[in-house]
Ligand binder design. Structure first.
Ligand code: FAD
Ligand code: DLZ
Ligand code: SF4
Length: 506
């Protein structure tokens, strides 16, 4: 009696549900398949990261005594799909049952639920999260708006992370107001912890170069960890050198600094090399042992225990309809500069350049630069979501989509965010050193020298007044707009349209 146990490329955890009760004679199936490498044209580094991490994980399982049937992308007879590889493997091993850990994306779960393999298929819950999807649904039931902060407080109580009895450590749940500093020139940024590719990674890099050369992004230098051991080293490095300043400079941006004091662990968490619990517990220890301040540790834990869990809850609660949301009826095509990075807007060129070179940019670049621009420009959210799914090494739909549709594009009409994350150039100037060396002038509101974020911001508010002006959190800018006459509104709208119409889309 052989049970086939499927492990997907983002389920690389020894304790993943499908592997938990492995018995003698069982076979672990791991398959590199064209469907997964190509359902969007992933950044080259993302494919290299996932395939190399899969190959290393297979070796670790073998060293642990498990039988692993590993299908490489170029293997003879590879059907190109997970379903096809399951079918072939059932025959090869005369398997009598299949065990799967629920996948992270809706499209694959629907496919797995419809499988007819001729043997029983068990789909187990993916329990590598603090909150199950049922736990989140119970919290969300009967709530009109799903505010992360309230969910987060429940999760703090449930996990006892940063708690002192029933009260939050330090007396406050949230130290965000301490976490909005610009980076002073006197503060040195730690060097990124990079890992040198080994023989397995080199082979994968060659494969990616040969098969996916037309995908977005630089393949090398490739510095991601591809094993749990190296991911732990990278995380330890973050704890020691970056966490103490993580809070203060969490929202800062600086020219030539993609990582600043961020952890750059999202690909590891999402693929299973690190667990959310262990990183939160380790960060909490830094606070308890006084190596990192509370605003930094609380800020870090909130991203994982709060935001990461919350967006996953929203995804599974609202899919598949969530992917179709477009509350602001945004219709423009994505400008080509998102792919080329060629633009005079310094902030956009930096964010897209980091993305191309590292398959990474930090949260504020994603939200307040590339996301903000797409929101103000009225880009079709489907095209925005596809871009974010393509370009980041950490991108999986369960985490990417709520961040795009909900947090960044307000496409869900305010289910996730209480107001759109829309801002003029002033925000970017306040949080970065980018505007000083931009061809545009951040303080100029209109005309050829004006920062495009400025006129786009007002045109966005005018265009979407019917959706947004009743929102109490938008009262201030709409009060300003109320003092504008129609001619002024028409002029700024025309300026924004002319600018956007002039951006090539191919
Ligand atoms: P840090 O700043 O060091 O934070 C630590 C960890 O917190 C991250 O590794 C991540 O696991 C978690 N985290 C932080 N913010 C979020 C968030 N908003 N949602 C979920 N987890 C969060 N994150 C992804 O993992 N995959 C995505 O595809 C993705 N797409 C995004 C798209 C947009 C438009 C936006 C605004 C954000 C997106 N994020 C995504 C969230 C966030 O930007 C990244 O998790 C973060 O930049 C990863 O870098 P880091 O590990 O250095 O994070
Ligand atoms: C992202 C990815 C890639 C690029 N390739 C594979 C693959 O060849 N085989 C595999 O099992 N998984 C891969 N993955 C991860 C899957 O896309 C991921 O499991 C689903 O999107 C569900 O989250
Ligand atoms: Fe970006 Fe405007 Fe600043 Fe230029 S001036 S970097 S476009 S915010």
């Amino acid at each position: 009696m052989t049970t086939l146990r499927l492990v997907l490329g983002d389920q690389l955890t020894r304790d993943v549900a499908a592997l938990r009760d492995t018995a003698d004679g069982d076979v672990v199936l791991m398959a590199e398949v064209a469907d997964e490498t190509s359902y969007v044209k992933h950044h080259k580094q993302k494919i290299a990261f996932v395939l190399s991490a899969m190959r290393h994980f297979a070796e670790e399982l073998r060293a642990d005594g498990l039988t692993v049937d590993y299908i490489k992308l170029n293997a003879r007879g590879n059907t190109g799909s997970i379903a096809g590889e399951l079918q072939r493997a059932i025959k090869r091993h005369k398997a009598s049952a299949v065990v799967i850990t629920s996948p992270g994306e809706w499209r694959l779960l629907s496919e797995f639920r419809a499988l007819h393999l001729g043997v029983p298929v068990e789909i187990r819950e993916d329990d590598r999260f603090f909150a199950s999807t049922a736990r989140f649904a119970a919290w969300a039931k009967d709530r009109k708006a799903l505010r992360m902060e309230f969910f987060y407080r429940e999760m703090r109580r449930e996990t006892d992370l940063l708690m002192k009895g029933d009260e939050p450590a330090g007396g406050q749940w949230n130290y965000d107001s301490d976490n909005r500093k610009r980076l002073p020139a006197s503060v040195a940024v730690p060097q990124r912890f990079g890992v040198k590719p080994d023989a397995i990674t080199r082979e994968v890099i060659e494969l990616v170069a040969a098969r996916f050369g037309d995908h977005f992004g630089d393949l090398e230098p490739f510095e991601w960890a591809v094993t749990r051991a190296d991911a732990l080293r990278a995380f330890e490095d973050f704890l020691q050198y970056a966490l103490p300043n993580f809070g203060a400079y969490q929202d800062a941006m600086a020219a030539g600094e993609p990582f600043l004091f961020h952890a750059a662990i999202s690909p590891y968490l999402n693929a299973g090399l690190l667990t959310p619990r262990e990183v939160c517990v380790a960060a909490e220890r830094e606070y308890i042992e006084r190596r990192a301040p509370l605003n930094a540790v609380e800020g870090f834990i909130r991203q994982i225990l709060g935001w990461r869990e919350y967006v996953r809850g929203v995804y599974w609660l609202k899919m598949p309809d969530y992917a179709q949301t477009n509350a602001l009826q945004a219709k423009r095509d994505l400008p080509w500069l998102y792919w080329s990075g060629e633009t005079d807007m310094h902030c956009m060129a930096e964010a897209i350049g980091h993305t191309r070179r590292h398959a990474y940019s930090h949260h504020i670049q994603r939200l307040m630069v590339t996301g903000n621009f797409a929101l103000l420009a009225g880009i079709d959210p489907k095209q925005v979501a596809e871009w974010y799914l393509v370009v980041y090494a950490d991108a999986y739909e369960w985490v990417e989509l709520p961040n795009v549709q909900g947090m960044s594009q307000f496409a869900d009409g305010g289910l996730l965010a209480s107001k759109p994350y829309a801002s003029s150039g002033a925000y970017i100037d306040r949080m970065s050193n980018l505007c000083g060396s931009c061809r545009y002038e951040v303080k100029v509101k209109s005309g050829p020298k004006a920062c495009p974020f400025n006129f786009l911001y007002w045109a966005f508010l005018i265009r979407n007044a019917r959706h947004l002006q009743g929102n109490p959190r938008m009262a201030m800018p709409y009060r300003t707009l109320a003092g504008w006459d129609d001619a002024r509104k028409a002029a700024i709208t025309a300026e924004a349209d002319a600018f956007l119409d002039g951006l090539p889309t191919r």
